[in-house]
Design a protein around this ligand. Sequence first.
Ligand code: NAD
Ligand code: UFG
Length: 333
Amino acid sequence: MKILITGGLGYIGSHTAIQFINAGHEILIVDNLSNSKLDVYKSIKSITKTDFSFEELDLCETKALISVFSSFLPDAVIHFAGLKAVGESVEDPIKYYDNNVGGSISLLKAMEHSGCHKILFSSSATVYGVPEYLPFDEQHRLDPINPYGQSKLMTELVLKDWAKSKETNQAIILRYFNPVGAHKSGFIGEDPLGVPNNLMPFISQVASGRLEELKVFGSDYDTRDGTGERDYIHVEDLSRAHLLSLNNINKIDSIDYFNVGTGSGYTVLECIKAYEKESGKNIKYTLAARRDGDVSISYASANKIKEFCDWSPEFDLEAMCKDSWNWECKTSI
Ligand code: NAD
Ligand code: UFG
């Protein structure tokens, strides 16, 4: 198939692009480089030994996007492009609604124009908000607690109406839990700008000495050791979920929703321990106050996606830490 990947030079998009190329698909990446580097394009080509096209373009530029669609004529779109910093979304919500919701609407216009009817969308577990029960299943109430999460939910709603408006339209919404790890080559991985907000990249940078120490946000949660618990998923497993979902898209009527997580959680202290074991480094940390907006525990019921496309995670926390450390060693040199 011909697949257009938005945000394909970013963390999850780049790993997914590799899997689609390796599975024999023809891809085209559209990315405005707002949170990625052109080097990633070269790395994907060198890892896959395959040439493919890249367009540096903002999704909000509808006219130019239509022109890209008209010449590539994709069979399907995988839509990763979006802004994802929760704190920034609270400070500048309009930027998030404009880019994430506006960019998605522009994308749908270009799809309509070129007769493309299939889309996979990167949503997030953050659409559920504070858990009413656990594990989160796809029926859980949707009540995001920040503008980033709202922008994901709004896009889901737009896609729902779009999917139902024509018999040929099909949308798969993938709600990711906490993607971590890196490609086994160590040549692509998560490369956050500035000081990382997320746990795993922060731990990596403490391990390599780029950062002094980790602050553990909250040690009085109702978990095994009092620290926050999350469902970490290897980015390679998450990427493979896209491949299998798209292979099975014709099984759905118009739109369907799937959690992508492993179904089990690890606490912050368990992550630190696992990372120390894989890296052989001491991770210096202090216990600090809870971070605003954090929930105590979040993990997925991943039964629905398993049943839909026979997807199961292959990598455990050890592999996530090992691949993350391999990538950190290559980037921090
Ligand atoms: P990322 O920032 O690494 O990748 C996103 C890419 O999209 C970047 O390369 C960026 O330059 C590009 N982009 C952003 N806005 C654009 C626009 N208007 N036009 C063109 N390109 C644009 O993020 P990621 O971690 O790879 O996340 C991919 C998607 O998955 C995002 O939509 C994110 O919200 C979602 N998601 C991520 C996580 C996570 O923890 N990483 C969790 C749940 C959902
Ligand atoms: N944490 C620390 N110290 C840090 C960073 C994080 O103790 O320096 C803790 C958090 O308090 C939390 C856990 O580590 O208990 C995980 O935090 P992350 O920031 O790595 O991940 P979140 O679960 O907060 O959020 C992530 C993404 C969201 C996404 C969500 C669900 O950042 O965009 O997963 O997919 F919506």
